[in-house]
Design a protein around this ligand. Structure first.
Ligand code: GAL
Length: 439
């Protein structure tokens, strides 16, 4: 591939379907580069530098990553960490950045990715190193929860290291606002009953009933996922994830319709803010509730004078009690790698007891290792732990990449990008029905 062709492909990356892109990367660019590659050290960077690409720049997330980096540097004072974020909730910008870097044969030392289905195209493009021997020791394999461990090797070989387990199906709330509205969420047992509670907040207070960001589609996609689970049950949801949308037409349409009714009670500026700006409205008492993953709790923890139970609390999203809707993050070993030794050490740290004990309490997640001391996790995460241990079902998610293959996810992202503009249930239903038509 000539430089010009290569550059052209990289510039056009957003227009190219993901699978096509990685196939191209695997077949032409990367395969060529790997074949002719003498070693791992990139001319551009030094072995003593670890370049880390991630999207954790929001409140709570930044602090959690910073603590993880500091712990790593204490153990590895000779390695300089080049912290290179690609900001954008739920990885909305990172994917393109990483694919451009891969096409330019210049991947970073490591990058953040959801384990599971999202890894497949990178595995098929042959751009991830097998870390089964170098990182996944017997000690680690014994300590990890089996299901999460499997997510790190979707095609057999270990290619990533999961760091955390988030719960998606939470409804966080400002206790004072709900008290002023006279709303008690323990009596709200379905997504449709939640609409009534939101209407009460609207009539009884000046606060926005539900904070939301619609600047990018993922928050509304994940909201719809949990409305569907809450209204129709987890089996229907799983069947929809398998592509059987038409078999559940009524459930899919009515869950989309409910989301459009919620939308009328979102903050007016939803289209121009990020998830953490929406969450800040709950903190400030300008909004009553927010549906978010428990990374939102990381932001509460990072806020002074905003205390669990007295100022904020959470319930499972109505209708989803007993379900732990899982989101996980992991780090990889891309190749060619500018800093193989440092990358191995980073991945070992991410997979260690101490690394997970450092990161998760700040991030608002629980660890995927079963032997991490939880004394410092605080009352909210202790409750999440209990809910996780007692959960009946732990389904994957579309919005955070574990539930469907990347091509389907990308189609569904497109459906929701339109939905948050036109709120048209017919078009969204048709889009979802067609989203699984991939080869
Ligand atoms: C998820 C990710 C979380 C959190 C969230 C908001 O996809 O797994 O760790 O960062 O996006 O950006």
């Amino acid at each position: 591939m000539s430089n010009d062709t290569n550059r052209g492909a990289a510039n056009g990356v957003t227009r190219v379907r993901r699978r096509t892109l990685l196939r191209a990367a695997g077949a032409v660019g990367l395969a060529g580069s790997i074949a002719g590659y003498a070693g791992d050290a990139s001319a551009a960077r030094q072995e003593g530098e670890l370049e880390l690409v991630h999207w954790w720049t929001a409140g709570g997330e930044q602090e959690a990553l910073q603590a993880l980096i500091e712990g790593f540097q204490e153990q590895n004072p000779d390695i300089e960490v080049v912290n290179n974020p690609a900001p954008g909730g739920a990885g909305s910008a990172l994917d393109t950045v990483i694919k451009n870097r891969i096409l330019n044969q210049d991947p970073p030392s490591t990058f953040q990715i959801w384990p599971g289905q999202s890894l497949n195209e990178f595995i098929e493009g042959d751009v991830l190193r097998d870390i089964g021997d170098s990182v996944w020791t017997d000690e680690m394999r014994e300590a990890y929860l089996d299901d999460v461990q499997e997510l790190a090797r979707p095609q057999g070989n270990f290619v990533s290291v999961p760091l955390n387990i988030h719960r998606l199906n939470n409804l966080f709330f400002n206790t004072q606002v709900l008290e002023d509205a006279g709303v008690d969420l323990s009596n709200v047992d379905s997504p449709s009953a939640l609409l009534e509670a939101m209407e009460t907040v609207d009539s009884e207070t000046d606060a926005v009933p539900m904070a939301q960001q619609t600047q990018s589609p993922w928050s509304t996609l994940q909201l719809w996922e949990d409305v569907l689970v809450g209204e129709a049950g987890v089996d229907v949801y799983r069947d929809v994830l398998d592509g059987n949308v038409g078999d559940h037409e009524d459930a899919v349409r009515s869950s989309l319709d409910l989301v459009t009714q919620y939308k009328d009670l979102f903050n007016q500026d939803a289209g121009s803010i990020t998830w953490d700006q929406a969450n800040a409205k709950v903190i400030q008492g300008d909004a009553a509730m927010i549906h978010q993953g428990d990374w939102a709790a990381g932001q509460y923890k990072a806020t002074e004078d905003f205390e669990f139970e007295s100022d904020w609390d959470a319930v499972p999203f109505p209708g989803t009690t007993g379900i732990y809707h899982i989101v996980s993050d992991s780090f990889t070993f891309p190749k060619p790698n500018p800093s193989p030794d440092a990358t191995t050490k980073w991945l070992q740290w991410v997979g260690s007891v101490e690394g997970q004990e450092t990161f998760n309490p700040i991030k608002g997640s629980i660890p995927p290792r079963t032997d991490v001391p939880t004394d410092d996790f605080g009352p909210f995460l202790t409750r999440q732990f209990e809910d996780f241990s007692g959960s009946d079902s732990q389904p994957p998610t579309i919005a955070h990449g574990t539930g469907v293959v990347p091509e389907v996810k990308s189609n569904i992202d497109g459906v929701f990008a339109s939905f948050i503009e036109n709120w048209n249930v017919d078009r969204a239903f048709n889009g979802l029905s067609n989203a699984f038509d991939v080869q």
